[in-house]
Design a protein around this ligand. Structure first.
Ligand SMILES: Cc1ncc(COP(=O)(O)O)c(C=O)c1O
Length: 385
């Protein structure tokens, strides 16, 4: 019997095809070209895909490859892709509407269409990486940016956002209060909200955020000469998981086994899989894995994750530090990887599965498996003990 922290997707049929419902969320077309465009951004280089052969042998699988996002844009997390691409899409869309011309990254960065792009002010509510990412995107293209921070966001995070040129509005309340304030003030002032999660009537921007995340999935496939058989991807609202699952499901010859990983207290996808519709997390999302601390899924991602992931699983808080240490102090011969608490969640999950015979067999893991993990964030200056 599989353990209670692991659940199959009852809606998935083995021959499930990536169809129009999925394509409306993640459109794989044009991602290689987007990767070429990104080359025009200062400091952008593809992140490495790191092989961990000694760990693979220890865990009883064929290969482990880690897409190491700790170096993305010199920013420390994959999130930079979403903020930059979503801001670019808004601006290039406006240029397209006005001039019937498509504006490249370089055009917009160099202010070629400043008369159109310059009037945009971007805003979002965030307590962490996404706010920094939107600030970075706005700065890259020369736009004003306002980030709404909940009361308890640390001074360090505020400083990191301000360092990217954004203005910060502190809200005397929690994250939801900051979202409400962002929506109200943006509507009143004509600011454009760049959110990584969707709501009724607001889907285009979260879709372009996910389009940005597809870049890392594309790079991984180009870098790996073989296709993965298993993908462990951590989820907060589900933007990263939808991009990775959707892009690989659409493009690989054989669908890998997709495992969606969440903290126990922020298990909104695990619960949604159980009920068959978007459902709140069972806990209060009080987790050290700050990037995954979400109580609600992004509804727009349902056709890809809700209908397309194979398994959902949770991990305990006590699995985080061992996984970070394993990345930081690897087995003989494997390279070290700097990971943050949300970054190492995929490895924490793989370790948990490999230590449980029933789970290992249920996922059909073994000596022929090629496992893809995503280190979604680096240490951001701190090191695990
Ligand atoms: C480091 C890190 N990993 C994973 C995630 C999860 O991404 P999503 O909320 O798109 O599921 C986040 C989200 O902020 C994050 O910051």
């Amino acid at each position: 019997m599989v353990p209670s922290w692991l659940a199959p997707n009852p809606r998935l049929s083995p021959a499930a095809k990536f169809g129009p419902a999925q394509r409306r969320v993640i459109n794989p077309n044009g991602i290689p070209e987007l990767c070429e465009d990104l080359a025009q951004c200062p400091r952008h280089v593809p992140t490495p895909l790191v092989a961990l052969p000694a760990l693979a042998a220890r865990l009883g699988v064929g290969e482990i490859r880690v897409k190491d996002e700790s170096q993305r844009f010199g920013f420390g997390a994959f999130k930079a892709l979403g903020g930059v691409i979503a801001v670019y899409n808004v601006l290039s869309g406006a240029v397209g509407d006005a001039h019937h011309a498509s504006a490249s990254f370089a055009d917009i960065m160099n202010g070629v269409y400043r008369d159109i792009t310059g009037r945009f002010v971007f805003a979002t509510a965030s307590s962490g990486n996404h706010g920094r990412a939107v600030a970075a995107g706005a700065r890259l293209f020369g736009n004003r940016c306002i980030i709404f921070l909940p009361k308890f966001t640390s001074a360090e995070k505020e400083a990191a956002i301000r360092a990217r040129g954004a203005e910060v509005i502190r809200i005397d309340g929690d994250y939801d209060t900051a979202v409400a304030a962002c929506k109200a003030q943006s509507a009143a002032n004509g600011w454009t909200i760049i959110s990584d999660t969707s709501w009724d009537g607001y889907e285009d921007v979260p879709k372009s955020v996910m389009r940005g995340y597809c870049v890392l999935a594309h790079e991984a496939i180009v870098q790996w000469q073989a296709e993965p058989t298993h993908v462990f991807v951590q989820a907060g609202v589900g933007g990263l998981a939808a991009a990775v699952i959707g892009y690989l499901w659409a493009g690989l010859r054989k669908r890998p086994v997709f495992v969606v990983v969440e903290p126990e207290s922020a298990d909104c996808w695990f619960q949604s899989n159980r009920t068959g519709r978007p459902t709140l997390a069972s806990g209060n999302a009080d987790t050290v894995m700050g990037g995954l601390a979400c109580r609600e899924i992004s509804p727009v991602t349902w056709p890809v994750i809700g209908d397309g992931a194979d398994w959902f699983m949770t991990i305990g808080e006590d699995t985080v530090m061992p996984a970070r240490k394993l990345y930081a102090h690897p087995l003989d011969g494997d390279p070290a990887i700097a990971s943050g608490p949300s970054g190492c969640a995929g490895l924490a999950a793989l370790s948990r599965v490999c230590a449980d015979r029933a789970a290992f067999e249920a996922l059909k893991l073994g000596k022929d498996s090629r496992v893809l993990l995503i280190n979604s964030e680096g240490t951001l200056g701190e090191t695990p003990a």
